[in-house]
Ligand binder design. Structure first.
Ligand code: LAN
Length: 727
């Protein structure tokens, strides 16, 4: 049948439950670039000892000492810091797992497979362990680690397991397959599942709704031109459309032929692919396609593609999307915006330039930046890390707690500052207008300088950390006034006409573009929106800046802040809450919004709005004094109680109440008592429920939040009410 075995596939199917030796894993941090290494020889192990942070990431016992029991907030802060400072990495930043989404490893492993990239045995072993550890009780996988099983999660992760050599007869695989079949099989998957399975050569391209690269040939003025879309959508669309246009599939192998039998309910040869273009299981269909998109798709499939599409347009569109892919790779040194376009760009480079191209080699290397190893195994992070973000917040939390002058924490803060200094982007990208990038000069991104994408709130939190620390006389001025002003210049470009701020760029297109949202599994993804979280970060950064530099662009800053605060007021819902888009959910956004209002002097005493926001929270305080909000809030837009209170969300709410100057100290005391009660003897807090979210439906982990936000809440409380006994 012409089927060949893939170059790297482990020869036997029966090696599923192997484990690597966890004491041999090391995380290397090179200026914020994180990669994991498995050491094979005793010699290597001796020369490169495992760090405390490595041990902690891997769930091995750390050597961090026991602390005296804490009764007061500041004792708890110091214990927390004693632990967390032990996890600081040599360049000065913190690292962490950034998992949650369950659709990332499939893109990576399929990319490895179709580009015939050898997978190290240790990687393969630990990816299998991770996915088995995260398999739901019903045998399937969901969109994210806490989500219910779906066709997307189950068909894709089942495929990964098979590509990594797990036998189809393994009882866990049988269970997954039965579940998938009960959902109607992989023909009921969303667009992205159908896309990846077609690249792999398991489904036929007819099942994939059109992804025409010709959209990139539209003049810039049209309301649907892709440069107007949210950056993540257009950077994913670009290589997807290139690959779709080429109809490229990996030639059949024995394994992919086997998958053709395993993933579907009907016999493979009987499947009418075209008829399943719009088939989708209700479990995956968070955001059904609109009739507008369905009509366009119909016209593309039945009229444009067969009868109109001139070869010259196809060629031109493929050439231009390839050029855009190359610019993205060059501008990020192959790190790319995120884990989805990084894998797709790899496949595109492989198609365009062949297996031995330098571009393909660089991509293979860079994809390592997304991998993470933990106790459960190896996973793929949602970005190439959370370095800048966590480091900026930690600095701020320590200063809020009044500990910046304390000699004990000075080395830690100095290193963290040096890290931020190293990570500020000082240039715009080459030809940045040509590839529609927003300026980056002066900005901080979310992860590191290699990725280097401006984010409104990452820049704001970064510059706040720098200004706060550098205004303390005993700290050096690593970042000059000019560079601080560069960051402010960027923040001043981020405001929308509404007054609010979006994430990576000001909003470029109309909300009506959601009518063309083809992804089915995500909501509100097509354009940028205003976010109370991002807007608050800009407000507080600009307000802090104008205190230190009252002369610089004063009028613009004043107008920006006034309009931004007005947006925050308007974004409040009638019940007093704000909907959060990047953390779960009302607890997260409420904290930020109250910080914005406090920044312009609106507090409990003088503002009905703030009182309403506080009441929203106090009405939801749980028995034990904490708050706990389920991720369901994000999906339903209704505050949904978690069965258990959560340390991180409780800290968020306490920070919000403190910003609001909420008068009833007992409410906060009870909450902090719960937080301190959950702290371990070594100052650690245990991992609880998932903290973050994106695109309404997908959750994502922020493991360092359980240190950063309790430290900040406890510290702020002690500053206001004194270091009083809580327990
Ligand atoms: C992130 C992570 C950080 C987050 C904050 C800084 C917290 C936020 O305030 C602004 C938006 C931003 C930068 C953000 C945007 C979307 C990201 C990059 C993510 C949630 C991490 C993963 C997600 C990305 C889209 C995942 C890949 C999936 C696709 C659908 C392309």
């Amino acid at each position: 049948d012409g089927a060949k075995d893939s170059a790297f596939r482990p020869a036997t199917g029966k090696q599923t439950d192997k484990h690597t030796d966890k004491t041999r894993w090391r995380m290397l941090d090179e200026r914020g670039r994180h990669t994991w290494h498995y050491l094979h020889s005793e010699k290597e192990v001796k020369e490169w000892p495992q760090s405390t942070a490595d041990k902690w990431y891997l769930g091995l016992p750390t050597d961090l000492p026991q602390q005296p029991p804490s009764k007061t907030p500041m004792q708890a802060v110091k214990n927390g810091l004693a632990f967390f400072s032990g996890l600081q990495l040599p360049p000065g930043n913190w690292g962490c797992e950034y998992g949650g989404p369950m659709f990332l490893l499939p893109g990576l492993v399929i990319t490895w497979y179709v580009t015939e990239t050898p997978i190290p045995e240790a990687h393969s072993t630990e990816i299998k362990n991770y996915l088995f550890a995260r398999q739901n009780k019903d045998g399937g996988w969901g969109l994210h680690i806490e989500g219910d099983s779906s066709v997307f999660g189950t068909s894709m992760n089942y495929t990964v397991m098979r590509l990594l050599g797990v036998s189809a007869q393994d009882p866990r695989m049988t269970k997954a397959r039965e579940l998938l079949h009960s959902f109607g099989g992989a023909v009921n998957g969303p667009h992205w599942a159908k896309f990846w399975l077609s690249v792999l050569g398991v489904t036929q391209w007819e099942v994939v709704n059109p992804i025409p690269p010709e959209l990139w040939l539209l003049p810039d003025w049209t309301p649907i031109s892709p440069w107007r879309w949210w950056i993540h959508m257009r950077q994913v669309f670009t290589p997807m459309s290139f690959i779709w246009s080429k109809r490229w599939s990996y030639p059949p192998t024995r394994l992919t032929m086997a998958l053709r039998n395993e993933l579907f309910v009907e016999p493979y040869d009987h499947i009418d692919w075209e008829s399943h273009r719009n088939s989708i299981s209700p479990r995956d269909n968070f955001h059904p396609k609109t009739w507008v998109l369905n009509t366009i798709n119909w016209a593309l499939v039945n009229v444009y593609n067969p009868y109109i599409r001139p070869n010259s347009w196809k060629a031109k569109a493929e050439a231009w999307t390839w050029k855009l892919i190359q610019m993205e790779d060059a501008n990020t040194d192959y790190a790319d915006l995120g884990p989805v376009n990084a894998t797709l760009n790899t496949v595109a480079a492989y198609i365009q330039e062949g297996p031995n191209a330098e571009s393909v080699r660089r991509h293979r290397e860079r994809l390592e930046d997304f991998l993470w190893v933990k106790d459960e195994g190896m996973l793929m992070n949602g970005t190439n890390g959370v370095q800048n973000w966590d480091t900026s917040f930690l600095i701020q939390a320590v200063i809020e707690a009044g500990l910046a002058q304390d000699e004990r924490w000075r080395p830690m803060l100095l290193k963290a500052l040096a890290y931020l200094e190293d990570q500020q982007t000082l240039e715009n990208c080459v030809d940045y207008t040509k590839c529609y990038r927003h300026p980056t000069k002066g900005a901080w991104g979310f992860s590191n300088r290699f990725q280097g994408y401006t984010v409104s709130d990452c820049t704001s939190e970064g510059i706040k950390a720098v200004m706060m620390l550098q205004s303390i006389p005993s700290y050096p001025k690593l970042i000059s006034d000019d560079r601080i002003k560069m960051a402010i210049d960027i923040i001043l470009t981020m405001q929308n006409s509404s007054g609010g701020c979006a994430s990576y760029e000001p909003t470029r297109g109309s909300e009506y573009l959601e009518w063309l949202n083809a992804a089915e599994v995500f909501g509100r993804i097509m354009v940028e929106y205003d976010y109370p979280e991002c807007t608050t970060a800009c407000i507080t950064a600009l307000s802090m800046f104008r205190k230190h530099y009252p002369e610089y662009r004063a009028k613009e800053i004043e107008v920006f802040v006034d309009r931004a605060v007005e947006y925050i007021r308007k974004a409040q819902l009638p019940d007093g809450s704000w909907y959060g888009s990047w953390g779960i959910c009302f607890s997260y956004a409420g904290m930020f919004a109250l910080e914005s209002l406090a920044c312009v002097g609106e507090t409990y005493e003088n503002s009905e709005r703030v009182r309403r926001a506080c009441k929203f929270f106090t009405d939801r305080q749980m028995e034990d004094g904490g708050w706990g909000e389920s991720y369901k809030s994000c999906e339903t837009h209704v505050y949904t109680q978690h069965e258990k209170s959560q340390v991180v969300q409780t800290a968020w709410v306490v920070i919000g109440l403190l910003e609001a100057e909420y008068p009833d100290v007992d409410v906060m005391k009870r909450a902090l008592r719960m937080i301190v009660g959950r702290q371990g003897g070594d100052g650690e807090w245990e991992q609880e429920a998932i903290e973050g979210v994106f695109n309404k439906s997908c959750m994502i982990s922020y493991p360092n939040y359980k240190f950063i936000f309790p430290i900040k809440a406890l510290g702020m409380f002690a500053k206001r009410y004194g270091d009083i006994e809580l327990l």
